[in-house]
Design a protein around this ligand. Structure first.
Ligand code: M6R
Length: 604
């Protein structure tokens, strides 16, 4: 979603804002703008990527300013709708991420008072509201304006008459303060700050904050000043660069041989034959568990669906997987004692809504996330970090494989606590887990072959992915990766389901990707492939390296290294990711920033 930055300090605000916006553009990028106070307040906006803005603005003098990348929600993509938004007297500028639900009423009231609006956005009302409330003190005007606003927001506000301060506030949209020496920052995402500082303070809902270059004052909803602790971010600035890869997505696919090691590091012990998770999580897993709900959106949801197979196989606990946007309104009736939320960013609005709902309903909550300090990590009773480092490509890759493995670790831990697995079985899982990085490297070494295979898909208008068992959610993920970055229509199906309707869509021009593992359903998926081929399409099978039969059934075969049933998920995923990547590349698509999508969906 939208990205926000604010800066005050000794550097040229122009440079800091543009640099930080570039780091944020993966959150949303249909337009961008900056506002800087030098001799007076100046605002510049541009449609398109940050580089368009960078090249269209003059060098502006000034050491304090705000910036924004927009992902349109209210109002079309246009310069007028881009942020910052200005008050009528053009002295107050605001950047906003979120949705103001009562903006129509507020706009009408403000228009009746004579305010002239120049955009169709909900965000612009904030600038006019603050102008209406302004009596010479920006923070007071912001604070009283926010009392009138319903909805979600992270905002940063500046005022020409008080050129030394930034005022920021958050409610259900992320905002952090970056702490520097003789300079301070606001950002919607720590990635934006890494070049300048790794010291951050996380704001919570209802808090607002006055920042100058050498002071930070934070207030709670009751306007009482509070002290908050500073956190050190371990991520390296270089992790957020492409490091020679043509795309972040490809870099992040390749990083998986390391990232899966990181998710296991310190958590599996071959010597002790044990699994260790953060203390708070272990306590939550120790209590009686009747059933588990896993709740998430998008790719994270599919990792949850894979988690269902893993947990149910290893522990005998029933697992229910729910879409966050449904669960938050309908899901807590048959609540489980334990609800696990999967969210790479930890900021997805629907998942946060569902998390709050589960907490209020009295469930124990665990979050699996990649972002320490994210809202989800701070709200949940316990969290497991996937420890992948920043993921910049909009398509989730390395975080997906680490989410799957985190759920496997949770399953193994529960099984140990409940004595459902003995130490030999745990040992054997650990051995197999430790072989995964090598197996990923083996798949990566086939990248050219996968790129070749992509030629068979690049002109398709529709592609089916099919699989059984755990390969069903993998099919959903394979289809999601392909559709989001190549814009080819793709659907994932449980292989047994295609004869119940989807068959009607199959023609010889609908390639089918079949995931084939050597398990109890092997014969079934082979006969599904036969049914498909009888209708004309070509079949690409993703099959075990030891499968000597598959060539007889499929037109093309990509191989993954043998691992115990469920653990081949990771290698299969890497093949699916590379396939989608190469198809999108052949089609010349904007791989890291697919149209209409944002990395982190912070509005409902
Ligand atoms: O940050 P989250 O994991 O909560 O994000 C959920 C989805 O928006 C996300 O997984 C999305 O589907 C992926 N970017 C797709 O690759």
């Amino acid at each position: 979603m939208c990205g926000i930055i604010g800066y005050t300090g000794h550097r040229a605000a122009n440079d800091v804002l543009i640099e930080s916006l570039k780091r944020l553009d993966y959150r949303g990028y249909d337009s961008a703008g900056i506002g800087i106070i030098g001799e007076n307040l100046q605002v510049f906006k541009e449609i398109g990527e940050i580089s368009m803005l960078q090249h269209s603005i003059p060098k502006i003098k000034g050491n304090l300013g705000i910036g924004h990348t927009r992902w349109a929600t209210h109002g079309k993509v246009s310069k007028e709708n881009a942020h910052p938004h200005l008050s009528c007297d053009k002295k107050i500028a605001v950047v906003h991420n979120g949705i103001i639900e009562n903006f129509r009423t507020l706009r009408e009231e403000l228009e009746n008072k004579g305010h002239i609006f120049t955009s169709q956005t909900d965000s612009e009302i904030i600038a006019h509201l603050i102008e209406e409330e302004y009596k010479g003190n920006l923070e007071q005007a912001v604070s009283s304006s926010l009392k009138k606003i319903q909805g979600s927001y992270a905002i940063v506000v500046i005022c020409e008459d008080e050129p030394e301060k930034l005022v920021g506030a958050r409610n259900e949209s992320p905002l952090v303060i970056g702490v520097g020496d003789n300079e301070n920052f606001f950002a919607s995402d720590v990635t934006a700050l890494l070049k300048f500082t790794n010291r951050v303070i996380y704001l919570d809902d209802g808090e607002f904050c006055i920042v100058t270059k050498d002071s930070i004052h934070i207030f709670d909803r009751n306007n009482t000043e509070i002290q908050k602790k500073e956190n050190i971010i371990e991520w390296d600035f270089n992790d957020a660069k492409k490091s020679g890869f043509p795309h972040f997505m490809l870099k992040e696919i390749y990083e998986q041989s390391d990232s899966v090691q990181r998710v296991l590091r310190g958590r599996v012990s071959e010597i002790d034959r044990s699994i260790e998770l953060p203390d708070k999580v272990e306590i939550l897993l120790n209590d009686a568990i009747d059933s588990i709900h896993i709740v998430a959106c998008g790719t994270s949801l599919y990792s949850g669906m894979i988690g269902k197979y893993l947990i149910e196989k290893i522990t005998n606990i029933p697992v229910f997987v729910e879409i966050s946007s449904e669960y938050r309104y309908f899901g807590t009736k048959d609540r489980s004692s334990l609800v696990v939320f999967m969210t790479q960013s930890g900021e997805t609005a629907d998942t946060l809504g569902a998390l709050k709902k589960a907490k209020n309903a009295g469930s124990r909550t665990i979050v699996v996330t990649n972002v320490i300090g994210s809202t989800a990590a701070r709200i949940a009773d316990g969290f497991v970090l996937t420890q992948c480092g920043p993921e910049i490509g909009v398509a989730a890759t390395k975080t997906f494989t680490s989410q799957m493995l985190s759920l496997l670790l949770i399953a193994l831990k529960i099984a140990t606590i409940r004595k459902e697995l003995g130490s030999d079985e745990i040992y054997s899982y650990i051995r197999n887990l430790k072989d995964i990085p090598r197996q990923i490297r083996q798949v990566l070494a086939q990248s050219d072959k996968i790129a070749d295979m992509a030629k068979h898909l690049k002109d398709a208008t529709s592609v089916f992915f099919i699989g059984r068992g755990v390969n069903y959610p993998l099919s959903l993920e394979g289809a999601l990766k392909l559709k989001e970055i190549s814009y080819i229509h793709a659907e994932g199906f449980a292989a047994g389901e295609i004869k119940h309707g989807p068959f009607a869509l199959l023609t010889k021009d609908t390639p089918v990707v079949a995931i084939v593992t050597r398990d109890a359903t092997y014969d079934k998926i082979i006969s599904n492939i036969g049914e498909v081929k009888a209708r004309g399409p070509q079949v690409i099978a993703i099959a075990d390296e030891k499968d000597t039969e598959i060539e007889k059934h499929a037109d093309f075969v990509l191989r993954f290294p043998t691992n115990t049933g469920l653990l081949s998920c990771v290698s299969i995923t890497v093949i699916l990711q590379l396939l989608a990547y190469h198809v999108a590349k052949l089609r010349g698509c904007s791989i890291d920033k697919p149209r209409n999508l944002a990395k982190s969906v912070t509005v409902e």
